[in-house]
Design a binder for this molecule. Structure first.
Ligand SMILES: C[S@@+](CC[C@H](N)C(=O)[O-])C[C@H]1O[C@@H](n2cnc3c(N)ncnc32)[C@H](O)[C@@H]1O
Length: 234
């Protein structure tokens, strides 16, 4: 997706897009799988919305992205954080640099499984032996269904197949996302070809305790969180 300065600003101001359930569940996942105080890379950091959550969880985090506009916004909003402009699948750091690499809604913007594989292979290279990568992507269900958080009523979403274009907007906001549709099987095949092990996969749901007037969020996942590492699952 092409990010202009205007879109990057709107994206940064739309605080809800990361999603209630990500803010609810991610700190627990980080605490379970990664050493706190560890070195983290927010790959495809965009406007840096994930940076405060990672800093609050105790990480020494830097951001990288291919979009100048997103990085301008990130630099403006998040002082004392290093941001670097990169090219896809090239992380300008030595092998085994990070305890955590976060990819939040990055793979959904990649147009081919071969490019996705190149990105994950590069992530694997910069992960320490005990490090983990956390990959957040849209679920297969997101582009059909009736959600509190997401408006998906766009013609692109009527017939879904791997690699086709999809569109959605954050409810009650002008922020529109134009992504690629990939299945759970697609993502798992990329992880497997990249020789990173899938340690766990979480598909959070809304619960009555959230105090939110959830719709399909109560029984269907909006997104998937894959936890990848060099080691084997428990
Ligand atoms: C939907 S935004 C998500 C931003 C941020 N991770 C977040 O959760 O708020 C996707 C970001 O991924 C970046 N991106 C897309 N393809 C990329 C690639 N191949 N390598 C690095 N960044 C990429 C885009 O420029 C954009 O900033």
């Amino acid at each position: 997706m092409e990010y202009t300065e205007e879109i990057a600003r709107a994206y940064a101001e739309e605080k809800n897009h990361l999603g209630f359930m990500i803010r609810r569940d991610l700190p627990g996942i980080l605490a379970k799988y990664v050493r706190a105080g560890a070195r983290a890379l927010d790959y495809g950091c965009g406007a840096g919305l994930m940076i405060p959550l990672l800093k609050d969880a105790g990480f020494d985090v830097e951001g990288m992205d291919i979009s100048d506009s997103m990085l301008h916004q990130a630099v403006k909003d998040h002082q004392n954080t290093v941001f670097t402009r990169i090219h896809s699948a090239a992380i300008p750091r030595p092998d085994a640099s990070y305890d955590l690499v976060m990819l939040s809604y990055v793979l959904v913007e990649i147009a081919s499984l071969s490019e996705m594989e190149a990105v994950i292979r590069e992530v694997k290279r910069v992960l320490k032996p005990s490090g983990v990568a956390i990959v957040i992507v849209s679920s297969e269900q997101k582009f059909q269904g009736n959600w509190l958080m997401i408006n998906n009523d766009f013609p692109q979403n009527r017939e879904l197949a791997s690699g086709c274009r999809v569109k959605c907007s954050v409810a009650d906001s002008g922020v529109v996302f134009e992504d690629f549709f990939w299945t759970d099987e697609d993502y798992r095949s990329v992880f497997s070809l990249s020789n990173l092990n899938l340690l766990a996969c979480s598909q959070p749901l809304g619960t009555a305790d959230d105090g939110m007037p959830w719709k399909d969020e109560l029984h269907s996942p909006l997104f998937s969180i894959y936890i990848l590492g060099h080691c084997c699952p428990d």
